[in-house]
Design a protein around this ligand. Structure first.
Ligand code: ARG
Length: 457
């Protein structure tokens, strides 16, 4: 045997350099995870009398030294050693000699890598939960602060009805709270300990799987060794969580881009979160928002990647599954920094409240309220809708807004209009939506408080 391959016994020839390169995975960043799993496994083997206690102790001590070397940057990555599991074992052998050969008792790289994947996703979920919690808090703050500030609400990017800026922002707060909770669910399903599954069929040794699970912070142990080594649905789920988060970010990103345009003029971009043009001196661009929107493709791509990677795979482990770690890392590294930068950028946006307030009352945004006025006087909604449609048509012909109409104009359209119709304005329209989930300022304030409470659950 000319190479240090763990499985070299039945091989007489070397691995082709191309094969070595082609089969290399993205597991280097899981070095410390591999050691943590190996330490727990070795301790359990020693406790159960499966390997001599002195060997277990030597393995645990040696692994500690290997970890210190790694953290100090003293480990040179050797491609001929294949993957992180074989690296750790080879380095351990250099420290403690033949006792290292007992570490892999009752273990396969298939359950070992399943363990690492679950540790990786669990940590990524924790980071996502933290980042999203911070982001939702930003929306609670902004939502409460702007609970009474009017802006146009849109459907089809056409002005529709007035809302408050707080209400608009808290809509995102709700979305990101659900995103956070999805990561929590994902973490729960991920947090199952697969060691003891062996390559696929379980293990003939008297393992104490529960104690390994406890030591490594898992909620329980897997019930089926083939499932545990062959399935990566928790990775697809993690990437779906990233995908919905990134999708939501891309929506608010789009709004930041639009709102920062001269056409909207609803926000000023803070210098710290904007970029300029190399040619046009006046430019200030919302590149942060554009990149968050742009990276959506990467995140969705990784979700599709791991779904397709698993499609049609017969049980149990297949090497295709090695593609999973790069997908988790890529999805995580696109999504989490996007969450973090939005949590930093949003509070720094300069909301142009007078401009928003002015726009809120334009474009016949109170037409629905005029129809509702008639409904309150007993007119069926469909008829009221028709009447107000006629009023809008007439205003358009005259080039005026609803607020410029006289009582006589209104009464010509319908005799039920009284002088109080002239008191209808943005503020009264907002205040009227005084029900749970509505945009009345007091309700928006309450919604901000309720969102903060939901965050703490
Ligand atoms: N590096 C592999 C992975 O990430 C784990 C090793 C299992 N390899 C094997 N040939 N059974 O999935």
């Amino acid at each position: 045997m000319t190479e240090q391959r763990q499985w070299g016994g039945r091989f007489s020839g070397d691995m082709d350099a191309l094969t070595r390169e082609y089969t290399a995975g993205a597991d280097r960043t899981l070095f410390a995870h591999d050691i943590a799993g190996s330490v727990a496994h070795a301790r359990m083997l020693g406790r159960q009398g499966i390997i001599p206690a002195e060997d277990a102790d030597a393995i645990v001590t040696g692994l500690g030294e290997v970890l210190s070397d790694w953290l100090a940057g003293h480990v040179e990555w050797r491609p001929e050693l294949e993957d992180v599991h074989t690296h750790v074992e080879t380095l351990l052998r250099a420290k403690i000699g033949d006792a290292a050969g007992r570490l892999h008792t009752a273990r396969s790289r298939n359950d070992q890598v399943a363990l690492l994947n679950r540790m990786l996703v669990r940590e990524a979920c924790d980071d996502a939960i933290d980042a999203l919690t911070r982001l939702v808090l930003v929306f609670c703050d902004l939502g409460g602060r702007h609970a009474g500030d009017a802006m146009p609400g849109y459907t089809h990017v056409q002005r529709a009805q007035p809302v408050t800026l707080g209400h608009h922002l808290l809509a995102y707060g709700e979305m990101f709270l659900r995103d956070r909770d999805r990561f929590r669910d994902c973490r729960r399903r991920t947090n199952v300990m697969p060691l003891g599954s062996g390559a696929l069929a379980g293990s003939p040794y008297p393992l104490d799987r529960e104690s390994v699970a406890v030591e490594l912070g898992f909620e329980g142990v897997s019930r089926n060794s083939m499932d545990a080594t062959a399935d990566r649905d928790f990775i697809a789920e993690f990437l779906f969580c990233c995908s919905t988060t990134q999708m939501h970010l891309s929506r608010i990103a789009e709004e930041v881009v639009l709102w920062a345009s001269a056409e909207f003029g609803f926000v000023g971009l803070p210098d710290g979160f904007a970029t300029g043009s190399s040619m046009m001196p006046q430019k200030k661009n919302a590149d942060v928002a554009e990149l968050a929107r742009g990276r959506t493709g990467r995140v969705f791509g990784e979700l599709i990647n791991v779904l397709v990677m698993q499609k049609g795979l017969p049980l149990a482990y297949n090497r295709d599954l090695q593609e999973d770690k790069a997908a988790v890392i890529a999805g995580r590294d696109a999504c989490l920094p996007s969450v973090e930068i939005f949590a930093a950028m949003l509070p720094a946006l300069e909301f142009r409240l007078p401009r928003m307030r002015a726009a809120a009352g334009e474009s016949f945004s109170l037409a629905t309220d005029v129809a509702d006025y008639l409904v309150k006087k007993g007119v069926p909604f469909r008829d009221a809708h028709m009447v107000v449609g006629g009023i809008v048509r007439e205003c358009e012909a005259r080039g005026c807004g609803l607020h410029e109409l006289s009582l006589e104009d209104y009464q010509r359209a319908h005799p039920f209009f009284g002088p109080d119709i002239l008191g209808l304005d943005v503020e009264s329209a907002l205040a009227a939506r005084d029900l749970p989930g509505g945009t009345a300022p007091n309700r928006v304030r309450a919604a901000a408080t309720a969102l903060r409470a939901a965050l703490e659950e």
